[in-house]
Write a protein that binds this ligand. Structure first.
Ligand SMILES: [Zn+2]
Length: 299
């Protein structure tokens, strides 16, 4: 059936010639609405409508998830820095939709791990906490969230002097993320975390029937991006490996880098792009389950 008219919503658009789209060398079918006589095309109904550099979408997605700075992506593909910045916003919105669909197909997850990594926005005096939940078996990322936290240690006094008291929103962020992943994790799943004092209560509130195991935090090793641990057997290896992959594959999360996050919302976009790329390309693909009996019967 020919697409509905985007202007009046009427059915019965008729074919009305074609045009050659230069940007990706496609021949596009045009339509004319029989009701309001306005014209539209098969491109009107796509998410890339009115984009001028469609071929860049996939390339920018791969580069963002492959430790490349936005300025370097612009040089590499011969486009403006602003084009890359706009693509990141568009790709993140698309990645969030695709990730939700993918998780729906692959879930529910029966064993998960939950941890946070620390980064910063603009200056080390303004730290951010990134909470990540990953599947223990497949290492896929199920959900993440970003929140400002106050600086700790020797820089805490300088942080307050320079930028004022910084709120700690990590608790509300963790609760929000736990609620958002609820639909993909089975209610009786096993969850493994470190000995963070707030995790147990937060998990109990959202997942009252989850089996929660806590392990002592161990200092990270330099070769493991500060995330993989120095001990032989690490019960939190899967989430630590996922966090180490994030530090290695997202340019702004690497340690000792001068490529920094300027806005927390942009970091959210970049991690959303990475999350989908990580789940669908970087890790071995989990089989897609057809039977969703477990999730529906256990509630
Ligand atoms: Zn119409």
């Amino acid at each position: 059936m020919n697409p509905l008219c985007p202007r009046c919503g009427a059915i019965g658009s008729i074919k009305y010639g074609r045009y050659h789209r230069f940007d990706d060398a496609q021949s596009i079918q045009r339509y004319r609405c029989a009701n309001c006589k306005s014209c539209h095309s098969s491109a009107t109904h796509t998410p890339t409508y009115r984009q001028k550099r469609r071929r860049l979408n996939r390339l920018v997605e791969m580069d963002i998830a492959s430790s490349t700075a936005q300025r370097r992506i612009a040089i590499k593909h011969g486009c403006a820095r602003k084009t890359v910045a706009r693509k990141v916003i568009f790709l993140a919105a698309e990645a969030r939709k695709k990730a939700a669909k993918w998780l729906e197909q692959v879930g529910p997850f029966n064993s998960v791990q939950w941890d946070e990594l620390i980064t910063f926005e603009h200056s080390r005096l303004k730290p951010l906490s990134v909470a990540v939940m990953s599947c223990t078996r497949t290492r896929c990322i199920i959900g993440f969230g970003i929140a400002p936290i106050p600086a700790s240690g020797v820089i805490s006094i300088r942080s307050v002097e320079k930028y004022g008291k910084r709120p700690n929103r990590s608790g509300s962020m963790r609760k929000r993320v736990l609620k958002s992943v609820k639909q993909y994790v089975s209610p009786r799943a096993a969850i493994t975390t470190d000995e963070h004092p707030h995790y147990a209560a937060e998990i109990k509130t959202v997942f009252p029937r989850m089996i929660h195991t806590q392990h002592q935090s161990v200092r990270g090793s330099l070769t493991g991006q500060g995330e993989l641990k120095r001990i032989g057997f690490d019960p939190m290896f899967n989430i630590n490996h996922t966090l180490a992959m994030m530090r290695d594959n997202i340019k702004r999360l690497a340690r000792c880098t001068w490529c920094t996050t300027k806005k927390a919302s942009s970091l959210d976009d970049v991690i959303a792009i990475y999350m989908h790329y990580h789940n669908t390309t970087l890790i071995p693909q989990p089989e897609i389950r057809v039977n969703r009996y477990f999730l529906s019967s256990s509630e």
